[in-house]
Design a protein around this ligand. Structure first.
Ligand code: NDP
Length: 453
């Protein structure tokens, strides 16, 4: 680590105490940028990195709501408007009990570079609440979303800040949020993405993050004249990203043997085929059940509960070729990374945001694994959100094929940007550096053009 990065990190930690995920995300990017800052003193003298790590605006608010038993609850709402140098703030909303300022700042920070990589004019933001939709009735979720939007509507708009979904925020929640925004503003605009198909949503938006992560893995494999055909894949999570990751892997001839939720994971040696995937979609999206139930339907599969006190996650200790972490941050630690390498896994494409701890990332890089970090590999979701915004502005929906082709093209372009920047800055094959540098340069140049703001 250079002296500059060391002193920057000391300052970040002093100014933002108790935000370890934010520190982790900043350190990784700052480390990647050492050579860039050496070659471009103008970024240093204009304090571009110092400005990029400070959100343009943080909004924090009370979200009171009433449950079905008439009891009053109070949650905390957030929106981090991180950087608008290249476009309106864009990034998802997360509803999960673990949500706090530091987690949302790490996600907003990552989002800035990810959005820049998509080639689309999108700034970076993120938001959410410590509200847990799990176990709540539809009416409770609706009342919460309405209360959340009662404050958020002042800060968002189709040319200002355009939220979308993330953990705990899917089509149902986006619908309730959009309905309340429309009522408060009396206007029908593309203020959120991930909308329903007959009220402004885009085809392929639900599929986009998972499909994109698989396209990215395939691009990495193509650099070795290889492909996903016949590959055995470990997938974590069983939500939006995981489901469509599995769908695209099957499409491209691969086999998927694991899925999980926060309770545990299933291992299906025979493979999760299309019929089993349909069962998972119904279980998770309609019945809102637990992945454990999979083994009641498919008796050959084995369920293992997650043990939070264990030093590793057994899901990552199976033989395979590829891994697609698609649940949450830091779900692969150093030991898990070593287990993956020992089991022959040589492709990692991150559907989740920052799912690998820094020591895990080092293990992947030191073992020459094809390692696609989240900000590149999972950028397909926000890319298609950007395409949804374009369609909303034109008031013209595109066909499924058109959106999927554009998504595929964007993922290839992100891959190319990563490869080229990694080479340009002397670390060929290092997608972490390639993604951080590629994402940073566009934002940094826009900030230079726009003066000290
Ligand atoms: P969902 O809410 O649809 O699914 C999340 C899945 O991850 C669920 O299976 C959930 O299990 C599991 N999970 C969540 N938290 C934990 C935890 N602490 N430990 C273990 N498992 C956990 O969210 P998404 O699929 O949308 O998001 C998954 C990841 O992908 C996140 O990191 C998100 O930031 C990232 N991402 C999502 C995008 C999108 O378009 N949706 C875009 C880019 C990145 P359970 O149901 O038990 O909570």
């Amino acid at each position: 680590m250079s002296d500059y990065v060391k002193s920057l990190m000391n300052e970040v930690k002093a100014k933002n105490p108790s935000e370890p995920e934010f520190h982790q995300a900043v350190e990784e990017v700052a480390d990647s940028l050492s050579l860039v800052l050496e070659r471009h003193p103008e970024y240093r003298s204009s304090k571009i990195l110092e400005r990029v790590i400070e959100p343009e605006r943080v909004i924090m608010f009370r979200v009171p709501w009433v449950d079905d038993q008439s009891e009053v609850h109070v949650n905390r709402g957030f929106r981090i408007e991180m950087n608008s140098a290249i476009g309106p703030y864009k990034g998802g909303l997360r509803f999960h009990p673990s949500v706090n300022l530091g987690i949302l700042k790490f996600l907003a920070f990552e989002q800035v570079f990810k959005n820049s990589l998509t080639t689309l004019p999108l700034g970076g933001g993120k938001g959410g609440s410590d509200f847990d939709p799990k176990g709540k009735s539809d009416n409770e979720v609706m009342r919460f979303c309405q209360s959340f939007m009662n404050e958020l509507f002042r800060h968002v708009g189709p040319n200002t800040d355009v939220p979308a979904g993330d953990i705990g925020v899917g089509g149902r929640e986006v619908g309730f949020l959009f309905g309340q925004y429309k009522r408060l503003r009396n206007e029908f605009t593309g203020v959120l993405t991930g909308k329903g198909l007959n009220w402004g949503g885009s085809l392929i938006r639900p599929e986009a993050t998972g499909y994109g992560a698989v396209y990215f893995a395939n691009e990495m494999l193509h650099t070795k004249d290889d492909s996903l055909e016949g590959k055995s894949c470990l997938v974590s999570g069983s939500g939006n990203v995981a489901q469509f990751t599995v769908e695209k892997i099957l499409d491209l001839g691969g086999k998927v043997i694991t899925l999980s939720d926060s309770g545990g994971y299933i291992y299906d040696e025979k493979g999760i085929d299309t019929e089993k995937l349909e069962y998972v979609k119904e279980l998770k999206n309609l019945r809102r059940g637990r992945i454990k139930e999979y083994t009641e339907e498919f008796k050959d599969a084995v369920y293992t509960p997650l043990d939070a006190s264990s030093d590793h996650n057994p899901l990552w200790n199976h033989k395979g070729d590829c891994a697609f972490p698609s649940a949450t941050q830091n779900e692969i630690n150093g030991k898990d990374a070593q287990n993956l390498v020992n089991n022959g896994v040589y492709v990692i494409s991150e559907g989740a945001n920052m799912p690998t701890t820094p020591d895990g990332v080092d293990i992947f890089l030191n073992n020459d694994i094809l390692y696609g970090p989240g900000k590149a590999a999972n950028a397909g979701g926000v890319a298609v959100s950007g395409l949804e915004m374009v369609q909303n502005s034109m008031r013209l929906p595109w066909s499924r094929e058109e959106v999927d082709n554009r998504l595929h093209h964007i993922m290839k372009s992100i891959h190319k940007t990563c490869v080229e920047n990694a080479e340009r800055f002397n670390t060929p094959g290092n997608y972490v550096n390639g993604a951080n540098i590629g994402g940073f340069l566009k934002v940094a140049d826009a900030m230079l053009d726009q003066g000290v703001v």
